[in-house]
Unconditional design. Structure first.
Length: 342
């Protein structure tokens, strides 16, 4: 059994203790602790066994100062608790963990210049190597919002006005899939329940829905604006159910589609017999709605993985990228859509 001196017990085991236990130099222990490759396998295993034996744990802060990296990523996130934000953040955290890194979160509520700058300052104090920004509101693209310099940055879901890599779902493609699916079934036009006006995703889905109808030479109904909640879909659904000319609705997310379908059922309009409904997200519960929901599947996992990959490339290259990565979508056809009656 290894015996440590009283001084070692007070201060905790050191590299010198490990070196004595393994019978190697302190420089060799340092190489192993810092992940260097110029140590043969047998010696590395002996040093690692000695670390376990004496209870030595490398000091990550000190190692960061030596290596110039903290192995930690910051994330500035919108405090708006939406399904998409939650899933994207979870995907980012999983991708960060898979790289053996840690993540520090900083939520913001209004996305103003002072809030964003304050978030950057706080994360800088937490010693992060780079920052991922996930802010849904359009304020990030307003002229007064300038991202502070000095750290690698990747933005999720924003416009490309800022000189940083941008990663997002191909929102326009997904909305076109949804709208064309309903037109191809034979519906004269498609109504739309949009997300909130300040949302990047909502604005892009609405713009693509409108452009798809215009390209097809179809009438564009007035937009109904929701707030991503099932309740907002339900309230708009009560109005739509009163109009017999409404036969197809594209809701900008699955939760609003759920509320819409409840309202239609309550008003005696069957889905899809009277009204076909398409959502967006393909949340896990969508396959268990009644009827199961036709929807646009987006890969939050791919968005998170691409964002982390882009940020790590900036960190490794010590350079600022400007690439725009759009993750493709997929239309998942279930039982909530059909050809119009008659």
């Amino acid at each position: 059994m290894t015996r440590r001196s009283p001084d070692a017990r007070r201060r905790g085991p050191s590299m010198a203790d490990v070196a004595r236990e393994a019978g190697v130099s302190g420089q060799t222990v340092s190489r192993v602790a810092n992940g260097k490759t110029n140590v043969d396998d047998a010696t590395r295993e002996r040093v690692l066994a000695a670390m376990r034996s004496v209870g030595y744990r490398p000091n990550s802060a000190a190692r960061a100062l030596r290596n110039g990296q903290f192995r930690s990523i910051g994330a500035i996130i919108s405090a708006l608790p939406t399904f998409g934000n939650s899933r994207t953040l979870s995907a980012v955290a999983s991708a960060v963990a898979a790289e053996g890194l840690t993540i520090a979160l900083m939520p913001v509520t209004q996305s103003t210049q002072s809030e964003v700058t304050g978030a950057f300052s706080w994360l800088s104090e937490q010693a992060v190597d780079g920052i991922i920004i996930l802010i849904e509101q359009h304020q990030l693209d307003e002229n007064e919002i300038e991202l502070p310099k000095g750290l690698p940055v990747v933005v999720i879901g924003a416009d490309a006005r800022h000189e940083h890599p941008v990663v997002d779902t191909n929102q326009a493609e997904g909305a076109a899939f949804a709208t064309n699916h309903l037109l191809d079934l034979g519906h004269r036009t498609v109504w739309h329940i949009a997300g909130p006006p300040l949302s990047y995703a909502a604005e892009r889905r609405q713009r693509s829905w409108r452009a798809t109808l215009e390209r097809a030479g179809r009438e564009t109904p007035p937009v109904l604006t929701g707030d991503w909640s099932a309740n907002s879909g339900y309230c708009h659904g009560l109005r739509l159910a009163e109009d017999p000319s409404v036969t197809a609705v594209f809701a900008a997310n699955d939760q609003m589609a759920l509320g819409l379908m409840r309202a239609l059922h309550e008003k005696g309009r069957t889905v899809p017999g009277d009204v076909s409904v398409v959502g967006f997200d393909d949340m896990e519960e969508a396959a268990h709605f009644w009827p199961p929901l036709t929807t646009v599947r987006q890969s939050f996992e791919a968005v998170g993985r691409n964002a982390v990959t882009a940020l790590l490339a900036e960190i490794a290259n010590n350079s600022q990228g400007t690439a725009v990565v759009e993750v493709p979508t997929e239309l998942v056809v279930r039982s909530s859509t059909a050809a119009p009656a008659g």
